[in-house]
Write a protein that binds this ligand. Structure first.
Ligand code: CA
Ligand code: CA
Length: 485
Protein backbone atom coordinates (compact mmCIF):
# COMPACT_ATOMS: atom_id res chain seq x y z
CA UNK A 1 0.00 0.00 0.00
CA UNK A 2 1.31 3.43 -0.89
CA UNK A 3 2.10 6.02 1.73
CA UNK A 4 -0.89 8.09 0.59
CA UNK A 5 -3.17 5.05 0.82
CA UNK A 6 -2.06 4.39 4.39
CA UNK A 7 -2.66 8.00 5.31
CA UNK A 8 -6.16 7.83 3.85
CA UNK A 9 -6.89 4.70 5.86
CA UNK A 10 -5.60 6.23 9.07
CA UNK A 11 -7.76 9.26 8.29
CA UNK A 12 -10.86 7.08 7.94
CA UNK A 13 -10.17 5.27 11.20
CA UNK A 14 -9.62 8.60 12.96
CA UNK A 15 -12.88 9.93 11.55
CA UNK A 16 -14.78 6.92 12.88
CA UNK A 17 -13.13 7.28 16.31
CA UNK A 18 -13.98 10.98 16.37
CA UNK A 19 -17.58 10.21 15.50
CA UNK A 20 -17.81 7.71 18.33
CA UNK A 21 -16.24 10.17 20.77
CA UNK A 22 -18.46 13.10 19.74
CA UNK A 23 -21.18 14.11 22.17
CA UNK A 24 -24.54 12.64 21.32
CA UNK A 25 -25.51 15.78 19.44
CA UNK A 26 -27.90 13.86 17.25
CA UNK A 27 -30.11 13.25 20.27
CA UNK A 28 -30.64 16.93 20.84
CA UNK A 29 -34.08 18.18 19.79
CA UNK A 30 -34.50 20.37 16.75
CA UNK A 31 -35.44 24.00 17.37
CA UNK A 32 -37.79 26.23 15.39
CA UNK A 33 -37.07 29.84 16.29
CA UNK A 34 -39.84 32.15 15.07
CA UNK A 35 -39.17 35.89 15.16
CA UNK A 36 -41.80 38.46 14.24
CA UNK A 37 -41.11 42.12 13.56
CA UNK A 38 -43.19 44.81 15.26
CA UNK A 39 -46.18 42.69 16.33
CA UNK A 40 -47.64 44.10 19.53
CA UNK A 41 -50.41 42.43 21.54
CA UNK A 42 -52.91 42.70 18.65
CA UNK A 43 -53.36 38.96 18.48
CA UNK A 44 -56.35 36.83 19.34
CA UNK A 45 -54.53 35.21 22.24
CA UNK A 46 -53.33 38.47 23.84
CA UNK A 47 -56.49 40.43 23.07
CA UNK A 48 -54.86 43.82 22.43
CA UNK A 49 -57.45 44.85 19.87
CA UNK A 50 -61.01 43.53 19.49
CA UNK A 51 -60.66 43.06 15.71
CA UNK A 52 -57.22 41.45 15.69
CA UNK A 53 -57.53 38.06 14.03
CA UNK A 54 -54.69 35.54 14.35
CA UNK A 55 -56.24 32.06 14.48
CA UNK A 56 -53.10 30.33 13.19
CA UNK A 57 -50.77 32.01 15.67
CA UNK A 58 -53.27 31.35 18.47
CA UNK A 59 -53.45 27.69 17.54
CA UNK A 60 -49.69 27.34 17.33
CA UNK A 61 -48.99 28.91 20.73
CA UNK A 62 -51.82 26.88 22.28
CA UNK A 63 -49.62 23.81 21.74
CA UNK A 64 -47.47 25.14 24.58
CA UNK A 65 -47.21 28.05 27.00
CA UNK A 66 -48.08 31.64 26.13
CA UNK A 67 -46.59 34.41 28.29
CA UNK A 68 -49.16 37.17 28.68
CA UNK A 69 -46.85 39.65 30.46
CA UNK A 70 -43.70 39.38 28.35
CA UNK A 71 -41.66 42.53 27.83
CA UNK A 72 -38.87 43.31 25.36
CA UNK A 73 -35.40 44.27 26.61
CA UNK A 74 -35.47 47.32 24.34
CA UNK A 75 -38.35 48.82 22.30
CA UNK A 76 -36.50 48.96 18.98
CA UNK A 77 -35.45 46.28 16.51
CA UNK A 78 -31.67 46.40 16.79
CA UNK A 79 -31.14 46.60 20.57
CA UNK A 80 -33.98 44.17 21.29
CA UNK A 81 -32.56 41.53 18.96
CA UNK A 82 -28.91 42.15 19.90
CA UNK A 83 -29.88 41.66 23.56
CA UNK A 84 -31.98 38.53 23.20
CA UNK A 85 -29.55 36.85 20.78
CA UNK A 86 -26.50 37.65 22.92
CA UNK A 87 -27.91 37.19 26.42
CA UNK A 88 -26.56 40.63 27.35
CA UNK A 89 -28.71 43.64 28.14
CA UNK A 90 -28.42 47.00 26.38
CA UNK A 91 -26.85 48.49 29.50
CA UNK A 92 -24.17 45.79 29.43
CA UNK A 93 -23.22 46.04 25.73
CA UNK A 94 -23.99 49.73 25.13
CA UNK A 95 -26.24 48.79 22.18
CA UNK A 96 -29.26 50.92 23.14
CA UNK A 97 -30.56 52.14 19.81
CA UNK A 98 -31.07 51.17 16.18
CA UNK A 99 -28.20 53.47 15.23
CA UNK A 100 -25.61 51.45 17.18
CA UNK A 101 -24.40 48.42 15.19
CA UNK A 102 -24.08 45.28 17.31
CA UNK A 103 -21.17 43.78 15.37
CA UNK A 104 -18.26 45.20 17.34
CA UNK A 105 -19.91 45.17 20.81
CA UNK A 106 -20.83 41.48 20.38
CA UNK A 107 -17.66 40.45 18.59
CA UNK A 108 -16.41 38.21 21.38
CA UNK A 109 -19.76 37.28 22.87
CA UNK A 110 -21.06 33.72 22.70
CA UNK A 111 -24.31 34.53 20.97
CA UNK A 112 -27.06 31.96 20.63
CA UNK A 113 -25.87 31.13 17.09
CA UNK A 114 -22.25 30.72 18.09
CA UNK A 115 -23.11 28.56 21.07
CA UNK A 116 -25.32 26.22 19.07
CA UNK A 117 -22.77 25.90 16.28
CA UNK A 118 -20.16 24.90 18.85
CA UNK A 119 -22.57 22.39 20.32
CA UNK A 120 -22.94 20.64 17.00
CA UNK A 121 -26.16 22.20 15.69
CA UNK A 122 -26.84 23.04 12.08
CA UNK A 123 -27.69 26.72 12.46
CA UNK A 124 -29.68 28.15 9.56
CA UNK A 125 -31.95 31.14 9.25
CA UNK A 126 -33.88 33.41 6.95
CA UNK A 127 -35.67 36.75 6.96
CA UNK A 128 -34.97 39.05 9.87
CA UNK A 129 -33.32 37.70 12.99
CA UNK A 130 -30.65 40.26 13.73
CA UNK A 131 -31.27 43.85 12.66
CA UNK A 132 -29.93 45.31 9.45
CA UNK A 133 -28.63 43.91 6.20
CA UNK A 134 -31.85 42.04 5.56
CA UNK A 135 -31.18 40.03 8.73
CA UNK A 136 -27.64 39.08 7.80
CA UNK A 137 -25.20 41.88 8.44
CA UNK A 138 -21.62 41.33 7.44
CA UNK A 139 -20.81 41.17 11.15
CA UNK A 140 -22.48 37.84 11.62
CA UNK A 141 -22.25 35.92 8.38
CA UNK A 142 -20.05 33.34 10.08
CA UNK A 143 -22.79 32.75 12.64
CA UNK A 144 -25.02 30.90 10.16
CA UNK A 145 -24.38 27.79 8.13
CA UNK A 146 -26.92 29.04 5.64
CA UNK A 147 -29.04 32.15 5.37
CA UNK A 148 -32.05 32.80 3.18
CA UNK A 149 -32.75 36.29 1.87
CA UNK A 150 -36.53 36.59 1.62
CA UNK A 151 -36.21 39.54 -0.76
CA UNK A 152 -38.41 42.60 -0.73
CA UNK A 153 -42.15 43.15 -0.96
CA UNK A 154 -44.25 44.68 -3.73
CA UNK A 155 -45.03 48.40 -3.57
CA UNK A 156 -48.29 50.08 -4.55
CA UNK A 157 -48.17 52.17 -7.72
CA UNK A 158 -48.19 55.45 -5.80
CA UNK A 159 -45.41 56.60 -3.52
CA UNK A 160 -47.62 57.36 -0.54
CA UNK A 161 -51.06 55.73 -0.38
CA UNK A 162 -51.98 57.53 2.84
CA UNK A 163 -50.91 60.92 1.51
CA UNK A 164 -48.63 61.45 4.51
CA UNK A 165 -45.48 61.27 2.39
CA UNK A 166 -43.50 60.00 5.38
CA UNK A 167 -41.36 57.30 3.73
CA UNK A 168 -42.43 53.85 4.91
CA UNK A 169 -44.93 55.25 7.44
CA UNK A 170 -47.66 54.27 5.00
CA UNK A 171 -50.43 51.71 4.46
CA UNK A 172 -52.67 50.43 1.72
CA UNK A 173 -53.75 47.35 -0.25
CA UNK A 174 -51.58 45.62 -2.83
CA UNK A 175 -52.92 44.15 -6.01
CA UNK A 176 -50.51 41.26 -5.72
CA UNK A 177 -50.87 37.66 -4.63
CA UNK A 178 -49.44 36.33 -1.37
CA UNK A 179 -46.75 34.55 -3.37
CA UNK A 180 -45.09 37.86 -4.21
CA UNK A 181 -44.56 38.71 -0.54
CA UNK A 182 -41.17 38.11 1.04
CA UNK A 183 -42.64 36.39 4.09
CA UNK A 184 -44.46 33.94 1.81
CA UNK A 185 -41.13 32.96 0.21
CA UNK A 186 -39.58 32.76 3.66
CA UNK A 187 -42.12 30.15 4.74
CA UNK A 188 -41.67 28.20 1.51
CA UNK A 189 -37.92 28.05 2.20
CA UNK A 190 -38.42 27.13 5.88
CA UNK A 191 -40.88 24.39 4.89
CA UNK A 192 -38.26 22.85 2.61
CA UNK A 193 -35.78 22.90 5.49
CA UNK A 194 -38.27 21.13 7.73
CA UNK A 195 -38.91 18.40 5.15
CA UNK A 196 -35.23 17.88 4.41
CA UNK A 197 -33.13 15.43 6.40
CA UNK A 198 -30.37 17.06 8.41
CA UNK A 199 -27.30 15.25 9.68
CA UNK A 200 -27.09 17.38 12.78
CA UNK A 201 -29.74 18.67 15.16
CA UNK A 202 -31.39 21.63 13.48
CA UNK A 203 -31.73 25.21 14.64
CA UNK A 204 -34.05 26.85 12.12
CA UNK A 205 -34.61 30.60 12.59
CA UNK A 206 -37.55 32.07 10.67
CA UNK A 207 -37.64 35.86 10.87
CA UNK A 208 -40.89 37.39 9.62
CA UNK A 209 -40.57 41.00 8.52
CA UNK A 210 -44.30 41.77 8.69
CA UNK A 211 -46.14 43.48 10.31
CA UNK A 212 -43.27 45.97 10.11
CA UNK A 213 -44.07 49.14 8.15
CA UNK A 214 -45.04 49.82 5.44
CA UNK A 215 -48.42 48.17 5.96
CA UNK A 216 -48.87 46.97 2.40
CA UNK A 217 -50.57 43.60 2.12
CA UNK A 218 -52.64 41.88 -0.56
CA UNK A 219 -56.04 43.52 -0.93
CA UNK A 220 -58.04 40.56 0.36
CA UNK A 221 -56.62 41.18 3.86
CA UNK A 222 -57.74 44.81 3.78
CA UNK A 223 -61.18 43.71 2.64
CA UNK A 224 -61.51 41.64 5.82
CA UNK A 225 -61.45 44.86 7.85
CA UNK A 226 -63.86 47.34 6.20
CA UNK A 227 -62.97 50.91 7.03
CA UNK A 228 -66.36 51.76 8.52
CA UNK A 229 -66.01 48.88 10.97
CA UNK A 230 -62.59 49.87 12.30
CA UNK A 231 -62.34 50.38 16.06
CA UNK A 232 -59.69 52.88 17.15
CA UNK A 233 -57.49 52.14 20.17
CA UNK A 234 -58.81 53.39 23.50
CA UNK A 235 -57.09 56.66 24.27
CA UNK A 236 -57.37 59.50 26.77
CA UNK A 237 -56.97 62.80 24.92
CA UNK A 238 -55.03 64.53 27.73
CA UNK A 239 -53.07 61.40 28.65
CA UNK A 240 -49.68 63.10 28.29
CA UNK A 241 -50.56 65.86 30.80
CA UNK A 242 -49.18 63.86 33.74
CA UNK A 243 -46.22 62.40 31.84
CA UNK A 244 -42.83 64.01 32.51
CA UNK A 245 -41.13 65.94 29.72
CA UNK A 246 -38.72 63.07 28.99
CA UNK A 247 -41.68 60.78 28.31
CA UNK A 248 -43.56 63.34 26.22
CA UNK A 249 -40.42 63.73 24.15
CA UNK A 250 -40.50 60.01 23.38
CA UNK A 251 -44.20 60.27 22.44
CA UNK A 252 -43.51 63.18 20.07
CA UNK A 253 -47.20 64.01 19.50
CA UNK A 254 -46.31 66.78 17.06
CA UNK A 255 -44.78 64.17 14.72
CA UNK A 256 -46.56 61.01 13.56
CA UNK A 257 -49.78 61.58 15.50
CA UNK A 258 -50.29 65.11 14.26
CA UNK A 259 -49.70 63.93 10.67
CA UNK A 260 -52.14 61.03 11.00
CA UNK A 261 -54.85 63.34 12.36
CA UNK A 262 -54.17 66.05 9.78
CA UNK A 263 -54.67 63.53 6.97
CA UNK A 264 -57.60 61.82 8.69
CA UNK A 265 -55.75 58.49 8.47
CA UNK A 266 -56.14 56.94 11.92
CA UNK A 267 -58.72 54.37 10.86
CA UNK A 268 -56.82 53.59 7.67
CA UNK A 269 -53.65 52.99 9.69
CA UNK A 270 -55.42 50.67 12.12
CA UNK A 271 -56.91 48.84 9.14
CA UNK A 272 -53.43 48.55 7.60
CA UNK A 273 -51.91 47.08 10.75
CA UNK A 274 -54.79 44.61 11.20
CA UNK A 275 -54.58 43.57 7.53
CA UNK A 276 -50.80 43.10 7.66
CA UNK A 277 -51.13 41.05 10.85
CA UNK A 278 -53.75 38.92 9.13
CA UNK A 279 -51.37 38.31 6.23
CA UNK A 280 -48.62 37.38 8.71
CA UNK A 281 -51.00 34.99 10.44
CA UNK A 282 -51.65 33.15 7.18
CA UNK A 283 -47.90 32.65 6.79
CA UNK A 284 -47.63 31.35 10.35
CA UNK A 285 -50.39 28.90 9.47
CA UNK A 286 -48.37 27.68 6.47
CA UNK A 287 -45.34 27.24 8.73
CA UNK A 288 -47.34 25.32 11.34
CA UNK A 289 -48.68 23.04 8.59
CA UNK A 290 -45.11 22.43 7.42
CA UNK A 291 -44.15 21.42 10.97
CA UNK A 292 -46.97 18.91 11.02
CA UNK A 293 -46.09 17.51 7.60
CA UNK A 294 -42.43 17.14 8.62
CA UNK A 295 -43.17 14.53 11.26
CA UNK A 296 -40.90 16.46 13.65
CA UNK A 297 -43.61 18.02 15.84
CA UNK A 298 -43.27 15.53 18.69
CA UNK A 299 -39.71 16.49 19.56
CA UNK A 300 -39.41 19.97 18.14
CA UNK A 301 -38.84 22.86 20.54
CA UNK A 302 -40.54 26.01 19.25
CA UNK A 303 -40.15 29.54 20.51
CA UNK A 304 -42.14 32.42 19.06
CA UNK A 305 -41.50 36.07 19.85
CA UNK A 306 -41.96 39.55 18.42
CA UNK A 307 -39.15 42.03 19.06
CA UNK A 308 -41.30 44.66 20.81
CA UNK A 309 -44.74 46.26 20.80
CA UNK A 310 -46.23 49.16 18.86
CA UNK A 311 -48.32 52.28 19.56
CA UNK A 312 -51.11 53.33 17.22
CA UNK A 313 -52.01 56.65 18.79
CA UNK A 314 -52.04 55.71 22.47
CA UNK A 315 -50.41 58.60 24.34
CA UNK A 316 -50.45 60.37 20.94
CA UNK A 317 -47.55 58.15 20.05
CA UNK A 318 -46.89 55.88 17.07
CA UNK A 319 -44.34 53.12 16.56
CA UNK A 320 -42.16 51.66 19.34
CA UNK A 321 -39.37 53.77 20.88
CA UNK A 322 -41.06 54.33 24.27
CA UNK A 323 -41.38 52.65 27.66
CA UNK A 324 -45.16 52.19 27.96
CA UNK A 325 -47.00 48.89 27.77
CA UNK A 326 -47.98 49.23 24.11
CA UNK A 327 -44.33 49.58 23.07
CA UNK A 328 -42.82 46.99 25.39
CA UNK A 329 -45.28 44.10 25.62
CA UNK A 330 -45.10 41.53 22.87
CA UNK A 331 -45.98 37.90 22.18
CA UNK A 332 -43.73 35.19 23.64
CA UNK A 333 -44.49 31.48 23.64
CA UNK A 334 -42.61 28.24 24.09
CA UNK A 335 -43.68 24.84 22.87
CA UNK A 336 -41.57 22.07 24.35
CA UNK A 337 -43.03 18.57 24.13
CA UNK A 338 -42.77 16.83 27.49
CA UNK A 339 -42.31 20.12 29.36
CA UNK A 340 -45.06 22.56 28.37
CA UNK A 341 -48.69 21.61 28.65
CA UNK A 342 -50.93 22.45 25.71
CA UNK A 343 -53.11 25.48 26.29
CA UNK A 344 -51.02 26.90 29.16
CA UNK A 345 -50.79 30.59 29.86
CA UNK A 346 -48.41 32.27 32.28
CA UNK A 347 -48.95 35.80 33.57
CA UNK A 348 -45.64 36.12 35.41
CA UNK A 349 -43.63 39.20 34.35
CA UNK A 350 -40.80 38.00 32.11
CA UNK A 351 -38.55 39.68 29.60
CA UNK A 352 -36.77 38.62 26.45
CA UNK A 353 -33.43 38.12 28.16
CA UNK A 354 -34.92 34.75 29.08
CA UNK A 355 -35.33 33.50 25.51
CA UNK A 356 -31.71 32.35 25.07
CA UNK A 357 -31.30 30.56 28.44
CA UNK A 358 -34.75 28.96 28.28
CA UNK A 359 -34.08 27.53 24.86
CA UNK A 360 -30.69 26.19 25.92
CA UNK A 361 -32.24 24.71 29.06
CA UNK A 362 -35.00 23.02 27.04
CA UNK A 363 -32.57 21.30 24.68
CA UNK A 364 -30.50 20.03 27.58
CA UNK A 365 -27.34 22.10 27.26
CA UNK A 366 -25.55 24.11 29.93
CA UNK A 367 -26.41 27.81 30.08
CA UNK A 368 -23.34 29.97 29.32
CA UNK A 369 -22.16 31.99 32.31
CA UNK A 370 -22.51 35.41 30.71
CA UNK A 371 -26.29 35.12 30.21
CA UNK A 372 -28.15 37.81 32.17
CA UNK A 373 -31.68 36.41 32.22
CA UNK A 374 -33.12 33.39 34.01
CA UNK A 375 -34.41 30.26 32.28
CA UNK A 376 -38.21 30.17 32.28
CA UNK A 377 -38.29 26.40 32.52
CA UNK A 378 -39.81 26.46 36.05
CA UNK A 379 -42.70 28.53 34.65
CA UNK A 380 -43.08 26.23 31.67
CA UNK A 381 -43.34 23.25 34.01
CA UNK A 382 -45.73 25.09 36.30
CA UNK A 383 -47.05 28.52 35.23
CA UNK A 384 -48.14 29.20 38.83
CA UNK A 385 -44.74 28.71 40.43
CA UNK A 386 -43.75 31.75 42.57
CA UNK A 387 -41.84 34.31 40.49
CA UNK A 388 -40.77 37.55 42.15
CA UNK A 389 -38.65 38.99 39.37
CA UNK A 390 -39.55 42.05 37.33
CA UNK A 391 -39.31 42.48 33.56
CA UNK A 392 -36.99 45.27 32.48
CA UNK A 393 -37.03 47.36 29.30
CA UNK A 394 -34.37 49.93 28.42
CA UNK A 395 -34.77 52.68 25.82
CA UNK A 396 -31.62 54.73 25.44
CA UNK A 397 -29.01 55.01 28.16
CA UNK A 398 -30.54 55.82 31.54
CA UNK A 399 -34.21 55.24 30.63
CA UNK A 400 -35.87 52.12 31.96
CA UNK A 401 -39.24 50.56 32.58
CA UNK A 402 -39.92 47.76 35.07
CA UNK A 403 -43.03 45.64 35.01
CA UNK A 404 -44.22 43.25 37.68
CA UNK A 405 -47.63 41.62 38.03
CA UNK A 406 -49.31 44.83 39.13
CA UNK A 407 -47.12 47.81 38.35
CA UNK A 408 -45.19 49.58 35.65
CA UNK A 409 -42.48 51.89 36.92
CA UNK A 410 -40.56 54.13 34.50
CA UNK A 411 -37.49 56.16 35.36
CA UNK A 412 -35.88 58.46 32.81
CA UNK A 413 -32.25 59.53 32.67
CA UNK A 414 -33.14 62.89 34.27
CA UNK A 415 -34.68 61.13 37.29
CA UNK A 416 -38.32 61.83 36.38
CA UNK A 417 -40.74 58.96 36.93
CA UNK A 418 -44.03 57.32 36.07
CA UNK A 419 -45.91 54.66 37.99
CA UNK A 420 -49.02 52.83 36.79
CA UNK A 421 -51.24 50.37 38.62
CA UNK A 422 -52.37 47.76 36.11
CA UNK A 423 -54.95 46.39 38.53
CA UNK A 424 -56.81 49.73 38.36
CA UNK A 425 -55.48 51.26 35.18
CA UNK A 426 -54.67 48.81 32.35
CA UNK A 427 -54.17 51.65 29.85
CA UNK A 428 -51.60 53.46 31.99
CA UNK A 429 -53.56 56.70 32.03
CA UNK A 430 -52.95 57.84 35.61
CA UNK A 431 -49.36 58.48 36.62
CA UNK A 432 -49.09 57.78 40.36
CA UNK A 433 -45.36 58.48 40.70
CA UNK A 434 -45.92 61.79 42.53
CA UNK A 435 -47.95 60.26 45.38
CA UNK A 436 -45.87 59.55 48.47
CA UNK A 437 -47.99 56.58 49.45
CA UNK A 438 -46.43 54.66 46.59
CA UNK A 439 -42.83 55.42 47.55
CA UNK A 440 -42.24 51.88 48.76
CA UNK A 441 -43.55 50.42 45.49
CA UNK A 442 -41.33 52.73 43.47
CA UNK A 443 -38.33 51.93 45.64
CA UNK A 444 -38.83 48.20 45.26
CA UNK A 445 -39.11 48.42 41.48
CA UNK A 446 -36.25 50.92 41.15
CA UNK A 447 -34.14 48.39 43.06
CA UNK A 448 -34.29 46.14 39.99
CA UNK A 449 -32.66 48.79 37.78
CA UNK A 450 -28.92 48.78 37.05
CA UNK A 451 -26.52 50.87 39.09
CA UNK A 452 -23.93 50.89 36.31
CA UNK A 453 -24.72 51.35 32.64
CA UNK A 454 -22.40 50.82 29.71
CA UNK A 455 -21.39 53.86 27.70
CA UNK A 456 -23.14 54.23 24.36
CA UNK A 457 -21.71 51.95 21.69
CA UNK A 458 -20.47 53.85 18.60
CA UNK A 459 -23.08 55.01 16.12
CA UNK A 460 -23.13 53.48 12.68
CA UNK A 461 -24.49 54.77 9.43
CA UNK A 462 -28.03 53.60 10.04
CA UNK A 463 -30.54 55.19 7.71
CA UNK A 464 -33.83 56.21 9.15
CA UNK A 465 -36.15 53.23 8.95
CA UNK A 466 -36.83 53.07 5.26
CA UNK A 467 -38.40 50.96 2.58
CA UNK A 468 -36.07 48.17 1.69
CA UNK A 469 -35.12 48.18 -1.96
CA UNK A 470 -36.85 45.41 -3.77
CA UNK A 471 -34.44 42.51 -3.99
CA UNK A 472 -34.44 39.54 -6.29
CA UNK A 473 -36.99 37.00 -5.28
CA UNK A 474 -36.15 34.08 -3.08
CA UNK A 475 -32.46 34.13 -3.76
CA UNK A 476 -30.14 32.25 -1.43
CA UNK A 477 -27.13 34.43 -0.82
CA UNK A 478 -24.41 34.92 1.70
CA UNK A 479 -24.79 38.67 1.39
CA UNK A 480 -28.43 39.67 0.96
CA UNK A 481 -29.61 42.97 -0.38
CA UNK A 482 -29.10 45.69 2.18
CA UNK A 483 -31.58 48.08 3.68
CA UNK A 484 -32.36 48.78 7.29
CA UNK A 485 -35.61 47.16 8.22
CA1 CA B 1 -39.07 45.56 15.24
CA1 CA C 1 -51.79 60.08 31.70
Amino acid sequence: MSFCGSLARIGRVLAVLLLLAAPAAAEKPDVLFIAIDDLNDWTGCLGGHPQASTPHLDRLVSRGTLFTNAQCAAPACNPSRAALMSGLRPFTTGVYLNSQPYGEPLRNVTTLNRYLIRQGYEVIGGGKIYHGGGGLAKENQADWHEYFDRGGDPHPPVKSVSGLNMAHFDWGPLDAPDEEMGDYRLVSWASEQLQRKHDKPLFLAVGFVKPHLPWYAPRKYFDMFPLDSIVLPKVKPDDLDDVPAAGAKMARPEGDHAAVLAHNQWKQAVQGYLATIKFLDEQIGRLADAVDRSGRADDLVIVLWSDHGWHLGEKQHWRKFALWEEATRAPLAFIAPGVTKPGSQCDAPVDFMSIYPTLIDLIGLGIPGHIEGPSLRPLLENPQVPWDRGAITTHGRGNHGVRDRQWRYIRYADGSEELYDHHQDPYEWKNLAGLTRFDAVKQRLAGMLPEQEAEDAPKGREKAEGVKPRAKKGKKTSVPAGGAQ
